[in-house]
Design a protein around this ligand. Structure first.
Ligand code: IMP
Length: 429
């Protein structure tokens, strides 16, 4: 398909980065359409591990063009650091192969300071944000006072930046947080942003043309379905639209592109979440430690962006079915199946009870979750190491049954299964 949209089916961290990396081998463009440096995508190529927050993961392939769409919020400091890290690792990053929409919004030091101060002011009711200024940047966007990439080129950018920082200082003051050193912040910020001006590009026009010419676009969603501002577990969500349809608006593609799209939903073989909010299938104790890992490996369940231990649990089939519906998923990708090897009995959530009534689908949206108690189906596990398996027929029978059950619950075929962190540890079903 000319447009392949990859979305997370859970609360983010599903392993999208490496799936994008795998699929980008056959794509011309790798494009991000939402979020900012709250995302953290780990890509392993040979002995090198790349941690990417803003640059699309697919850019590690030399033939792709990376795109940052208008739906994103961009922190220049993070972006420049990432660009230089990638260059140091031998990945070519130049204006010819990294294009940023003029309508993408800028994250400033004020947004980060406000994010942290607002979280502190919430006390125990905090949202557990990544502290990257995402909420305040999208707030400014919605209030129509945000700074955009295109503004970098405007003669009054310095003045607008000053006004923005002064306004933020007034709010920080109200929240009892220290203000920003406006003059020094302005100089640092202008120095950073001036290095990005060459990367501004008409992304929407370029991608439209590319599709007409039969080129392949990989649209890389950040966060996950359940963190979507409208359809996620509000208010414990991020501030952007994370769902697949946002790839169209967040890149400036029209509805016509949807006719030529495949929508791949990536889910771990179990469930994880960072930050606050409901999580019906969460487990504690030994099983949690087993699923999470110790943190010794880069793929253990500790946040790529914040390092926080992730909450872990059994795969939630009700939320999976919900994600299929709200994204319009055409296929599934299951990641981290290898982590389940050696667990004697697996639990798969196939429904909930709410007020003693059994349900298979969420009655309202995902925000009614806290009232739901999971109903599990127990499936036998497998003991074999599956990290070397590349063919379906070589998977242990119980692993096949587990995957078949997931597919039938979701009423969606499985396209890929990942069985380890390396690029080649993927099985095509
Ligand atoms: P924010 O996006 O930093 O405002 O954080 C809002 C919520 O989304 C918090 O619970 C974060 O932990 C979560 N979140 C944001 N980005 C990611 C991500 O890329 N992976 C997992 N959770 C995320």
């Amino acid at each position: 398909m000319p447009l392949n949209i990859i979305v997370g089916v859970q609360w983010g961290d599903e392993g999208k980065g490496r799936i994008v990396d795998y699929l980008a081998a056959g794509a011309d463009y790798a494009a991000r359409y939402n979020g900012g440096d709250n995302a953290g995508h780990t890509v392993t190529v040979g002995s090198k591990i790349f941690k990417l927050h803003l640059v699309p993961s697919g850019i590690v392939h030399p033939h792709t063009i990376g795109v940052l769409g208008n739906g994103m919020v961009v922190n220049p400091h993070t972006l420049l650091a990432e660009m230089s890290g990638l260059r140091g690792a031998g990945v070519s990053i130049a204006p010819q192969r990294l294009h940023i929409s003029p309508a993408a919004h800028l994250i400033t030091p004020a947004h980060r300071a406000l994010d942290k101060a607002q979280e502190r002011s919430l006390g125990k009711g905090l949202l557990g944000t990544t502290g990257r200024g995402i909420g305040p940047a999208y707030t400014d966007k919605a209030a129509r006072r945000g700074l955009r990439m295109a503004d970098l080129l405007a003669p009054d950018f310095r003045d607008r930046l000053r006004d923005h920082l002064l306004a933020a200082n007034r709010i920080l003051n109200l929240l009892g947080a220290p203000g920003l050193e406006v003059d020094s912040e302005i100089e640092t910020y202008l120095n950073q942003t001036s290095r990005l001006a060459l990367y501004i590009h008409d992304v929407s026009g370029e991608l439209h043309l590319a599709m007409q010419q039969g080129q392949i676009i990989l649209a890389e969603g950040a966060q996950g379905t359940l963190l979507d501002i409208d359809h996620g577990t509000y208010p414990f969500v991020t501030s952007s639209t994370t769902l697949a349809p946002a790839a169209l608006t967040g890149l400036g593609l029209g509805m016509a592109a949807a006719r030529e799209a495949s929508v791949l939903g990536v889910t771990k073989a179990f469930q994880t979440r960072v930050g606050s909010g409901p999580f019906p299938t969460e487990v504690q104790g030994e099983m949690a430690e087993r699923l999470r890992g110790t943190g010794a490996n880069p793929w253990d369940e500790f946040g790529t962006t914040t390092g926080r231990p992730r909450r872990v649990g059994w795969l939630d089939g009700v939320l999976l079915r919900y994600a299929v519906r709200v994204n319009g998923l055409t296929e599934l990708v299951i990641t981290k199946l290898d982590i389940l090897s050696g667990i004697p009995k697996l639990q798969l959530c196939t429904g909930y009870t709410v007020n003693s009534t059994l349900i298979r689908d969420l009655p309202g949206g995902a925000d009614g979750l806290s009232a739901c108690t999971p109903v599990y189906e127990e499936l036998p596990g497998w003991t074999e190491d599956v990290t070397h398996v590349r063919k379906w027929k070589n998977l242990p029978k119980n692993a096949q049954k587990y995957l078949e059950k997931i597919s039938s619950l979701a009423e969606t075929p499985i396209k890929l299964v990942s069985l380890g962190p390396e690029r080649e540890q993927i099985l095509e079903v």
